[in-house]
Design a protein around this ligand. Sequence first.
Ligand code: ADP
Ligand code: MG
Length: 391
Amino acid sequence: MTPLPKIGTARLAYETGHGSGTEADRGLARANSLTIRDCCKTYGAVTAVRDMSIDVAPGEFLTLLGPSGSGKTTLLMMIAGFVEPTAGDIFVNSRRITLLPPEKRNFGMVFQGYALFPHMTVAQNIAYPLKIRGTPKAEIAHKVNEALDLVRLRGMADRLPRQLSGGQQQRVAIARALVFSPDILLFDEPLGALDRKLRGEVQLELKRLHAELGATFIYVTHDQDEAMTMSDRVAIIDGGRLVQIGAPSELYERPNSRFAAAFLGRSAFIDGRLVARHGEEAEIAVGEARVRHRGPVPPLADGAVTLSLRPEKVRIGTEPPERGLNRARGTIESVAYLGATMEIAVATAEFGLLLVTAFSAQLGTEPATGTPVWLSWAPEATVCLPGETAA
Ligand code: ADP
Ligand code: MG
């Protein structure tokens, strides 16, 4: 099968490096690398960010994903220059900017509550960063129009912010953040105030903009779907620490920890003990039961493992499954009907509660709670993580 072309390949044109190409032929776009090296931030006894090292490639869309209080905003504020790191360094294209004031960094920023100037028109709002930079009038007019086109707000130039919808206002804020050809664009939960449908639309807009501009985007969110939808790579952050960084599919298919598996997507966890290895396959004891796992096994201190099992990899039926699969008998405890799919929780004696996602069209009717069922999953279905009993 031919792989689908990746949205965002447009940025390759800009990856030849900084300094190449003139302002004119790059338009509003820039692609710079960002390096975060061993950054820490403490507030008294609170460590907001610890030992953070991330390399962001030129033109990459990187999302910092983590629960509330995990240190995402603190890290973004260090990148922006509003918060001074307690330790560590930050570089743009290998130039150290750790102590450079924000106004000298030339970064574009969009925040959730980043209010537009209410008494200024859309065009005046977007022109503002150019004005304070002393850009000539004719160039301002040209760039504002270009930015309006990019966020598809041409025709709204003379409106006041209050005459726009929430989504349109946020697009003005985005236009204002990119109109001055920022070296990097930073976003801190910019869509938090929008309703679900609008969020989805602006997410796709942002992704298109990123592809069109080719600029480096660093985006903060606590919403895993948002992170998955838009990003080239996602950095999962917990307690100020980088848990794992990778492409969305990589994080989903090969989480490195229970936290990563649970935070990105849904998963059941089966705690057990490694008892034997036969080539690619490992035998895991879970009480009296045995589970076959095919795939990597991380280094283990004491043989304790946790298997992560994604709900869409579990099959459900009323007949005993074919041999060669892991199997469990159970009863349906709850069914959530989600339209295209149903999420079914099944209580099993050996493995506790397992989750199943099944296509509604394949199941036919909604199964009743209390129904006895068979579950099965292939040995390849699980991801083996170090057991966290001791940690
Ligand atoms: P997030 O954006 O992921 O929700 P934050 O970066 O805002 O997380 O906060 C991380 C931690 O640092 C939290 O425990 C928060 O209370 C603390 N923190 C953030 N800013 C300050 C500050 N200015 N003073 C003291 N503690 C702070
Ligand atoms: Mg925050």
